[in-house]
Structures are given as structure tokens and as C-alpha cells.
Write a protein that binds this ligand. Structure first.
Ligand code: BES
Ligand code: MN
Ligand code: ZN
Length: 506
């Protein structure tokens, strides 16, 4: 494989060797295919990279147009017709670098070519998967609501040929494509405007997943929710003219035994969060169509389980409501009754998500015999204050479960940080009239922890994890595989966690 620059790695071409010690030493390789390009097209890529002062940093792009003469010569044998060569830096070749490189490549190729082919140096499964994540997710867009079709220039490239052979390569790519498609679907739900996506609309999207096969979908409407005692979901939904839903998606592969694990995922599906009567200030309300990200993540995950052949029972519970300050809205100081009978004093109607999740968790524990319950929610602004937008706050009562989720997130670039369920803070949830208040009544701070402590009691000792992804659920700008807006954080991590690595066949 050609090495660039040849021999004197630190030579910047100026002949000033004395300065080389102070500089970043440039040692780079052009990956597989580079030699063939040099040979077939007669383009000296080493010189091109040197002229461009390329460093090979992950995602660095050097784009080389191929002039008509060269193309003529190259296509003389009828096989190659190359308009442009795009070189992408692979950094340290880690999975994260592959993800960056894939994203940069897809953005660079957006609209310029409908078909491209590439060779990747990724021989490892993790690198390939990350590369595909970056390639597919970095050009996400939702054009449904534009009155004129998107300009071809902005369209994601539609065909990309990855050169590479072997079963491992194909499996890695297939897996990555299924997971990226699930994340793409979840992002579509998040980006959909809130006048369109009311709770019933979400239920209809879930029914579509059901119609695609292998997932059973069951929807409870507001009357059923009321009758069956889902007091939290009902309370949050009653300020809106568009009533709440509880959507259950069940995946149960045939070939597994009754002892197989049963994972229940619970997603917060607030299709718009005005805060209710505890109204949000106008600026912080604008992004609140994304407050159903947890629901979107759960639906994305459920949609991909059959294709991945996941060998566990998985139930997705989507608690969907619109938090509005309508005439029949719940009031700060109302006392409601959750699914498990716990009475809750609602002191701030803007802390609505936990009331819905509590019903979902309690229902799972009471009726579904779960081996683990994981809830996913854009729950508190405090989680963002603490961790920013790169890490989700992860809480849990089971170290093995928490570690497994963190490991899966590390693999997919969806980073989670374990937070403590601080015992001393529990008493801050005391209420003067009900079993419990839903938030800190004693100004102890730590609002993300308080929310987690509130939820914990509904898990009633079942291994439980809570992912507060208010921060990473949204991106403020395009970066790597993320695009501005809803990120659908966690879809790939949860799927990776649920998909055990292939076993060695004896
Ligand atoms: N949906 C919000 C949390 C949120 C805030 C998500 C910003 C994404 C970005 C949640 O329902 C909420 O309003 N939480 C309150 C809780 C408080 C009233 C205890 C918050 O974080 O301010
Ligand atoms: Mn809220
Ligand atoms: Zn909310």
C-alpha cells in the first residue's frame, strides 16, 4: 500500500527540516484502491494531498475533479468513468473516526453524483458499521412539508457501492443499514410538525409498523386509559383537544422459549409540550415538538427488531399525549392516581413526562413480567445543564443493565453517563397531601435526579434503567452523523444492546 508522503514523513516540502520537530508529523496512507487510481487515471494522489496540505484528520475531504481527457483514457477499456475522486481522512481509524469520515463523505457527495463507489479501509466490523452510520444519517432531511421538491443538489446520494468482500463485511453493513433506517424513521417522527403528529397520529405510525409484520400493535384510547387507571397519561392529556394514547408494540419471535428475556421499553411521547398551565416561556416552547423523542426511539427500535432477528421478547410502550393548557387541563396542586395506585401531587404541569412514564413502568411491572424495563425520555432541562448535548443521563438500579447500555452507546457513538440515585434526595419528593410529589419540593436542586427518583419507585425492584436524553435528543447544528434538530438519540444503542453478537458455531 502506498505511503504518503514517501520516506520523510515530517517534510512539508519547504526543505526546512529544522522546523519539522515543531510540527505535526504527517504520515498518511492512501487506503485500498488508491494505488489503482494512481495507476489507471494517472493522477498522483500523493502530490494532490500534499498540495492540499491534507492531514488525514477524520472527515477531512479532498475533492479532485477528473478532467475529460483522463476520463477518456481511463474508460478506454469500458470499465471506469470517473468524474471526481473524493479522498476522505480516516483519522486514527477508530469507529468514531469512521463515523465522522462516513458523514463527511456523504455530505461531500450530496447532490453531486447519484451513484458513487468507494472502497473503505474498514476491515473491522465496528469501523464499517460506524462508517455506514455516518454515510446514511448525516444527510437526513424531511421534505414532506415543502411545497416544491427539494433541489437535486441537496438530495442525499442514492447509491453507494462499498467494495469489500466476505460474510463479516456483508453482515456488518446489513446490520448498520437496518439500524440507520430505524434511526432515520425515528427522526422523521421527531421532525414532523406538531399540528400533524398528535397522539393518534403516532398510534397510526405504530399500526404501520404492525402491518409490516412480526410486531403486534395495540392502542388504548382515552376512554380505555381512564377505565384502566392510567391516571398520569390521562391527566397530562386532558388539557388538549387531541386525546392521549398508550401504544403497545410487541415483538415475540417464535423460536425462543418462554424463559427468554422480556425487555420493556417505555418512551415519552409528548407530541408538544407547552408546559400546560405551568406554561413555558415562549422561547423554550419552540423546540417542544421534539418532546416525543423517547417515543420515536422506541418505535424506531421496534420497527427494526424483526430484520435484526433479535432473540428476546421486546415490548415497546409509547405513552402519547399533548401537554396543553386547555380548559380541562390539570392544575398545579391536583392529586392524580397512577396505574399502580400511587397518589401523586402534581405541582408543576410542565413536569409531565414522568407522570406518563410512571404509568408505563407500573403497567409493565404489573402485567408484563419484564426482566428489564428501560425508559427513554426528553425528561429534564437539568440533564442538559449537567451534561450538555453529547451525553445522555443514565440512571439505573442494576449495574449489569446500566453497564451494558453504556457499552452499547459507546459503540454507536450515543454516549451515556451514569448518574446517581441519591438516597438523601428522596425525602424532597414528600407531599403534604398525597403519597408523593412528582418533583423536588425542597429546593435541593438536581432536577434530573429528582425525576429519576420519582420514576424508580414505579419499577418496584425490577431491573430498571432510565435514559434522560433531553440534551443529546436535539442537535443545534449539523455535526458528523447528526443534523440540526431531532437526533433520535439511542435507537442504535438500544438495538445494539438487544442484538447479541453472533455466536461462534461450535
Ligand atoms: N420536556 C421538558 C424537558 C426538556 C427541556 C426537554 C428542554 C428538552 C429540552 C420537560 O417536560 C420539562 O418541562 N421539564 C421541566 C421539569 C421541571 C418543571 C421540574 C424542566 O426541565 O424544566
Ligand atoms: Mn414539560
Ligand atoms: Zn416534556
Amino acid at each position: 500500500m502506498p505511503v504518503w508522503p514517501p520516506e520523510s514523513g515530517g517534510d512539508d516540502g519547504s526543505g526546512d527540516d529544522a522546523a519539522a520537530g515543531d510540527r505535526e508529523v504527517r504520515v498518511a496512507w492512501i487506503g485500498p484502491g488508491g494505488a489503482e487510481v494512481v495507476e489507471t487515471l494517472g493522477i498522483d494522489l500523493f502530490t494532490v494531498l500534499e498540495r492540499e496540505d491534507a492531514r488525514g484528520a477524520a472527515g477531512e475531504i479532498v475533492s479532485v475533479p477528473v478532467l475529460a481527457e483522463g476520463r477518456g483514457a481511463a474508460s478506454a477499456d469500458g470499465e471506469v468513468d470517473v468524474e471526481r475522486i473524493v479522498l476522505v481522512g480516516m483519522g486514527d481509524a477508530s469507529p468514531a473516526a469512521h463515523r465522522k469520515a462516513g458523514a463527511a463523505l456523504a455530505r461531500a457527495l450530496r447532490g453531486t453524483s447519484r451513484v458513487a463507489s468507494t472502497v473503505t479501509s474498514a476491515s473491522d466490523e465496528a469501523g464499517l458499521r460506524a462508517f455506514v452510520d455516518g454515510l446514511l444519517l448525516s444527510t437526513f432531511q424531511l421534505d414532506t412539508y415543502r411545497s416544491t421538491p427539494a433541489k437535486p443538489k441537496t438530495l442525499p446520494l442514492d447509491t453507494l457501492v462499498l467494495a469489500g468482500t466476505g460474510e463479516a463485511v456483508h453482515t456488518a453493513v446489513d446490520t448498520a443499514v437496518v439500524m440507520a433506517r430505524a434511526a432515520w424513521f425515528a427522526r422523521e417522527l421527531v421532525h414532523t410538525p406538531p399540528n400533524v403528529k398528535d397522539p393518534e397520529w403516532l398510534a397510526e405510525r405504530a399500526r404501520e409498523i404492525g402491518r409490516a409484520g412480526s410486531v403486534d400493535v395495540h392502542v388504548r384510547d382515552e376512554k380505555k386509559l381512564e377505565a384502566e387507571g392510567f391516571g398520569g397519561i390521562v391527566a397530562v392529556g386532558m388539557g388538549s383537544a387531541r386525546p392521549p394514547r398508550l401504544i403497545a408494540l410487541r415483538y415475540e419471535p417464535e423460536e425462543i422459549g418462554p424463559d427468554a428475556p422480556h425487555v420493556v421499553l417505555v418512551g415519552k411521547g409528548v407530541t408538544f409540550d407547552t408546559g400546560g398551565l405551568s406554561l413555558k416561556p415562549r422561547e423554550s416552547m419552540v423546540t417542544m415538538k421534539t418532546d416525543m423523542t423517547g417515543a420515536a426511539v422506541v418505535m424506531g427500535v421496534m420497527s427494526a427488531l424483526p430484520a435484526l432477528g433479535v432473540r428476546a421478547r421486546v415490548t415497546g410502550l409509547v405513552a402519547a399525549a399533548e401537554n396543553m393548557p386547555g380548559a380541562s387541563a390539570q392544575r398545579p396542586s391536583d392529586v392524580i392516581r397512577q396505574y399502580d395506585g400511587t397518589t401523586v401531587e402534581v405541582l408543576n404541569t410542565d413536569a409531565e413526562g414522568r407522570l406518563m412514564l410512571a404509568d408505563g413502568i407500573a403497567y409493565a411491572v404489573a402485567e408484563l413480567e419484564p426482566s428489564a424495563v428501560v425508559d427513554v425520555a426528553t425528561l429534564t432541562g437539568a440533564a442538559t445543564v449537567g451534561l450538555g448535548r453529547t451525553h445522555a443521563a443514565l440512571y439505573g438500579t442494576d449495574d449489569e443493565l446500566a453497564d451494558a447500555l453504556i457499552a452499547a452507546g459507546a459503540a454507536t457513538g450515543e454516549r451515556m453517563w451514569r448518574m446517581p440515585l441519591v438516597d438523601d434526595y428522596r425525602q424532597a419528593l414528600e407531599s403534604t397531601v398525597a403519597d408523593v410529589a412528582h418533583l423536588d419540593t425542597q429546593r435541593m436542586s438536581g432536577a434530573s435526579i429528582a425525576a429519576a427518583l420519582f420514576l424508580e419507585r414505579f419499577a418496584a425492584g425490577v431491573p430498571w434503567a432510565h435514559l434522560d436524553m433531553a440534551g443529546p435528543g436535539r442537535a443545534e447544528k449539523d455535526k458528523d452523523e447528526l443534523v440540526k434538530g431531532g437526533t433520535a438519540f439511542g435507537v442504535r444503542a438500544l438495538l445494539t444492546w438487544l442484538t447479541p453478537p453472533p455466536q461462534d458455531p461450535e
